[in-house]
Every structure is written in C-alpha cells, then in structure tokens.
Design a protein around this ligand. Sequence first.
Ligand SMILES: Cc1ncc(COP(=O)(O)O)c(C=O)c1O
Length: 476
Amino acid sequence: MESMMGHGTSAKPLSEQVYSYLWTRIQRGEWREHQKLPSVRTLAAELDVHRLTVFKAYQRLKDEKKVYVKDKSGYYVHPGGRLPFDDLEYPIVSSYVQNSHLSEIHRVPAAYQFSYALLDPNLLPNRYFSAYVKDIFDRYPKVLGTYSTVQGDEELREALAGFFARHHRLHLPADSILITTGSQQAIDLIARVLVQPMDAVLIERPTYSAAIDIFRQQGAQLLPVEIHPFGYDLEQIESYMKRYKPRLFYLNPTFHNPTGYTVPAIQRKQLVELAERYRCFLIEDDPFHDIYFAQQPPAPLYSYSTEGYAAYIRSFSKYVAPGLRIAAVCMQPALMKHLLAVKSLADNGSPLLNQKIFLHYFTSDRLVQHMEKLRIALNVRKSIMEEEMSTTTWKWKSPEGGFNLWVKLPDTVPMDVLLAESIEQSISFVPGAICDPLKESRSWMRLSYSYINEKQLRDGMRLLIQLAGQLEGRNS
Ligand SMILES: Cc1ncc(COP(=O)(O)O)c(C=O)c1O
C-alpha cells in the first residue's frame, strides 16, 4: 500500500494515505471534472484496505470540496481541483529533459556581460591562490590519492559548523552538514529526495531559473509565490499550503536572485511557523548572504526552525572561489540519510582537493580583508549601473547586497527583440521570462553588475539604453 501512496517514509493513517493517493490522481488529471470516481467497494479491493478507510478518504475529499456526491450514484470530481498555475500538460514523462535557457544565454560571447551573476575573476586574490594550493600539498601529501567521504571532509564540516554558530547562532553538529558540488547540485539532490511526480512545489516568482528546470525535471507542479520588496504575501502562502499541500517551498530570501530583495526577519519567523504547521519543507538557498553593502541581512530562516521542516543551502561560489564549486547543506539527520544516499549515487562525494583548498582559504585572514574590498567594489559597480539608468524611465528597487538589478522597462520595448539586437552589439542580459515559472515578466530584465569592470559597465549600459530607446521610439 505504501509504495502506491508515494513517499515511503509515511507513518500516516491509512485513510490519509488513500486520501493523498486519490487527490494526487485527481490533480494529475486522471479523472476529469464531473467524472465519476471508482466506488468505495472497487477501490477498497484494488488497494487492499477496508471499505471504511476508503469511505473516510472520500468524506475528507468531499469536505474539502475536491469531490461531490450524487445521491445513490457515487463520488464525482469537483471542478477546479487541479493545480491552477502550472501550464505544463504532462510534466511526468520520465524522459522529460528540460532546456536550460540560462545556460543558452551564457554561451553567447559578449563584451558587455550583464547576464553572469558571477564575480569578476579580477576581484579575486588570484596571486595568492597558488600559495594555498602548494600549502595543501605540503599538509596533505596524499590528498590526490584519497576520496572524500560522501558527506564531505570532516575538517571542513567542523569549520563550517563553527562558522554557522559564530555568524548565525546556528548550532549544528558537523554531521548535519553535507558538502556538495555547488548549490545547484544541492537543489537537484534535495529535489530527488523530496519531490515525486505531480507533487506541488512552491517557488518564488521570479526565481533562479535553474531551480525551475530542476523541479520541473522531477515532475513537480509549480505554484508560484510572488516576491516583493517587502517579502511575500503570507496569506497567499498559507492558503496554498492549506489547499495544495505542497511538498516544499524553494526560496532564496536574501539578496534574492534575480530581484535583489530581502525577506524581513519577522516574515522569516512566520514562514517557518507556517511550514511546520502545514508540513511543507522550506529549502532556503542562500548564496549571497555575505555580499551585503552596509548592514548584514537577517539570520537565515533555518535558524528559526525547530521541527526539521527546513534545509539550508549555503554556496560559497559567489565570493570565495567559484571554480572550487563548494556549497554546504544543513538539514536534520532524518533527511540527511536520504540525501547522502543520492549524493553517493551522483558522485560519491565532492573532490577532496577542492574541499581542502577551500577550507584553508575560507578560514584565513586574507578572506576577511578581501571581503571588505569586495563589498566596496561591488557597491561602486552597482552605483555606476544605477547612475546610467537614472536618465531612463526604467524602474528597479536598489538592492542592499548581491549581484543583480531587476529592472522593468517600458511595455513598448519588446524584450526578445532587445535581446537579439543587444547580442549583435556584444551585450548580454537575462530576460525576465527566463526567471519566471509562468514564463511571463516580459518587460523585466536581470542585469548583473558583478562581472565586468567599471568602464565596461558604463559603456555597455549606455549602448543598452540607446538600443532600448530606439526600440521604444519605433513602437510608440
Ligand atoms: C539563487 C542561486 N542558487 C544557486 C546558484 C548556483 O550556485 P553554485 O555555483 O553554488 O552551484 C546560483 C548561481 O547563480 C544562484 O543564484
């Protein structure tokens, strides 16, 4: 019975399992609106459970207006039971392979590169890295002859546990931490563990586009939650949690990609309470936490979690050493064991050499000094971009950290034409639709100020503004 009902760890009463089973099939569209459902007797025989169990499940579906009863005839699908947003006709095809639209844009060579949310390599202390690498070989002469453990180097996990305790009051044992090959791998592994085809997944709108692809690839039905400069509409989130029982909410609440918005502390706490009440996992992706310009952002949601309905993904790609591909995932042991199983299938552990190099640079004084300079340099670059845009009617909210500006252009500028013409002029940016689970946001674009230097930024922005102005003129 359990395997038919989905997540094998369930200790739910049988009637609830039957309820979930029926509800999933209704949402999946296996029975159309107003179509008759199998009788209590048939279903009880099919699932090998008591008729009363099936009856209870049907009663709950009826109370929640997901099915209705016709006298002496049986149960029928109530209209409007399917998830309202995801427009994919059938996302659960095992061979379903998602296109990564972002990586297509990144493949286009551009002198004025506004599409990379990556640090300019010139802002890293490159000269010193070779000394760190040599030091690692002196300290660990056999480092290349050894695998890491699947969970990640213990010395590194201990150091990260200390870092999280000092910076976020997060007191975790090192075995609640898993080292992954970047946070993208972490999202993918978590999706594999938690998401089954047709599960509802809450996702911010807009969001990190690769996450859309990962959850879709897993067959999830996405329920977009708007992110605003003030955070989320928590009432909307609660109503989604109540109605659609989403498996998880993937969120990036700090200097969010692509908007740069930060969810305030009070909402973080409330969100954790909601997640615990409705048993929806919060998957907090936090790669920009340390990239603040003036004030530190609020503590991660994970620090409010007490019941284990949260996981915390912290990538260090954005400022330590992107090429090392190191991220950490924090979660409760009960989930960690499943994550370790999929991590071992994926790559049997991230490379030990990378972890050791990362560890020694991450814990050095040089990184602390470097961060101070980096924050100033990025803030200057952001100001240049904003200064150039101040001559336009474009709209954006100035972020207090991160790499990106989320910019609204006049509706008369067709974004696809602007992108095509920009690419011809060696300018690249991310059109908003790529970051939107609904593929709309057509007047929006993400401009990253992190990758190119001040002069390129100014020149590129002037060209881009000129191109957009010409298009606006042609269309108005
Ligand atoms: C929100 C978010 N999550 C994850 C990633 C992937 O980062 P990593 O290099 O750690 O895989 C990015 C990179 O842009 C990102 O912006």
